[in-house]
Write a new protein. Structure first.
Length: 219
């Protein structure tokens, strides 16, 4: 037994003293930090007030988009669009100059960081049921989700108002539907979120075990 302890102690010290052990001890926590914490920090960093310009062919459409973008987004709306529920706030100016020179000038302001973004919704875009969002940070999913939702709601309100619906009727028609996901096994079924994280944890434990065992075998 004493010899076994001595051999185990020697093997342990040999492993600990290796440079690879020290590197992996630092690298693995740093990797986990980068995967879990850094995305949240980047999202928080981009959650301040941003200055946008909305350009539309008529002022009514531009002001509807302005109203939608400046009001706080509901968490349920962003959840339905599959985005993180922490959108930034916007200061929005409107314009009805849809000329090519105006678009080029506003785009240059975005490049020079005088504006955070440009929302372009002219008649051609509306006919194709599209809108253009010009920004320096095209990777911001939160901005894209909030602006896409705001423009969609504004265009829908414009169409419904032109059909003769009142503001109350439009509000009721655009109200999101809350989805309550239930298991077919009944109320006593396990929580799907808990089950997912349990399985995920077990898979990670198995993966790390196989990885460390493979490293030892190769050595």
């Amino acid at each position: 037994m004493r010899n076994t302890w001595l051999i185990a102690r020697r093997e342990y010290l040999e492993r600990v003293r290796q440079r690879s052990f020290l590197i992996m001890t630092i690298f693995i926590p740093a990797l986990m930090f980068g995967v879990t914490v850094l995305p949240a920090l980047i999202a928080e960093r981009g959650a301040g007030t941003k200055h946008l310009v909305v350009v539309a062919s008529d002022r009514q459409t531009a002001e509807l988009i302005q109203t939608q973008l400046q009001q706080p987004a509901e968490t349920s709306d962003l959840k339905q669009n599959g985005r993180a529920p922490n959108p930034p706030s916007y200061k929005v100016d409107v314009s009805t100059d849809v000329s090519s020179s105006a678009r080029a000038a506003l785009t240059e302001k975005v490049k020079q960081k005088q504006l955070d973004g440009l929302v372009w919704v002219d008649d051609q875009a509306l006919a194709a049921n599209k809108a253009v969002f010009i920004t320096r940070n095209v990777s911001s999913l939160t901005d894209s989700a909030k602006i896409n939702l705001g423009v969609s709601r504004a265009v829908h309100r414009r169409v419904l108002k032109n059909k003769g619906l009142s503001d109350a009727e439009i509000e009721g028609a655009l109200k999101p539907v809350d989805m309550d996901t239930q298991s077919a096994s009944g109320p006593g079924a396990p929580n799907p979120l808990t089950s997912f994280f349990t399985v995920f944890s077990m898979v990670m434990i198995m993966y790390m075990t196989v990885l460390l065992y493979g490293i030892n075998v190769m050595r």
